[in-house]
Design a protein around this ligand. Sequence first.
Ligand SMILES: Nc1ncnc2c1ncn2[C@@H]1O[C@H](COP(=O)(O)OP(=O)(O)OP(=O)(O)O)[C@@H](O)[C@H]1O
Ligand SMILES: [Mg+2]
Length: 333
Amino acid sequence: MTAENSAGPGGPMLDIRGLSIRFKTDYGVLDVLDGVSMRVFPGEMTALVGESGCGKSVTIQSVMRLHDEKRQVVYDGEIFFKGRDVLKLTRSEMRAIRGGEIAMIFQDSFSSLDPIFRIEDQLLECVPEDAKRTQSGARDYAASMLERVGINEPYLRLRQYPFEMSGGMRQRVAIAMALSRGPSLLLADEPTTALDVTIQAQVMELIRELNRDLGMGVILVTHDLAVVSETCERALVMYLGQIVEEASVGDMLDRPAHPYTLGLVRSIPQLEGPKPERLYAIEGMVPLPGQITRGCRFAPRCRYALPRCCEETPELRPVQGSQSARCWRIGEF
Ligand SMILES: Nc1ncnc2c1ncn2[C@@H]1O[C@H](COP(=O)(O)OP(=O)(O)OP(=O)(O)O)[C@@H](O)[C@H]1O
Ligand SMILES: [Mg+2]
């Protein structure tokens, strides 16, 4: 497929191909991403899941080119957004895309709000140029965005400072800011982390509604598979800088093809049915990028690993339909 037709009708709006990232650090070069490929279609919610340190944030940050390219990061691969490789864009072309065409809700979204400015000062920055022609037009637009994310009394809220709002409201303000310019693509990095479950459900429902209404593509980064099952169509599972499984959310949950995915699915706490004595946990921890061993990266923690798994590196292979997995033992466990 060429870059041009990847952006055409029915094609993906975002097409990451073979993205590898190395960070130059004081203690050597770290291979943080290895050959990551993923596609996002308009109006679709794609989940990116995996344990802490697997490379979820680094992947979506690279779409916005947020890393320190002068001193720290080396990219390899392509990131086509609407047919253009963002890794080849100039700084000013990138600035035009960031926050407008592609918006991001940061993992630590409280820090996206500046505590010393009122909400309106921050939200008005994100209002599109058309609405900015008059001051009242800009405020009306900002208020309507707050209403769209379910905040009552939006004109009163605009006058407030972040500390006058609850955590869930601040989170929704950050989401409103991200959505203000009507982005085609939303990169949501654990948008509901640190929220109680009621507000979490409310915020996810808002993102889902806006995703349907605006037809935008969404990458939802999370390690919460319960949230994924309720909101996303497709899922990519990351382990130590690689995609180890790609599947529809239904397939991922019902018949995971990679032992790592199986472990993640078994770790979901169940509210109904008989309670297990102990919650399932994948043994061991994600190694650091500098500790990558030969063979399958998950093999040292995998209960199904064979000697071959520690020697030879598996590629992503088709399983069934659109499901694929990076495992030598697909279908054997
Ligand atoms: N600027 C950087 N320099 C060096 N290493 C980095 C840098 N940013 C991230 N890393 C490393 O890259 C790996 C992936 O980090 P990343 O933040 O993408 O993880 P994550 O999957 O988002 O985890 P979490 O669920 O905790 O947010 C980690 O080992 C991290 O230490
Ligand atoms: Mg992260």
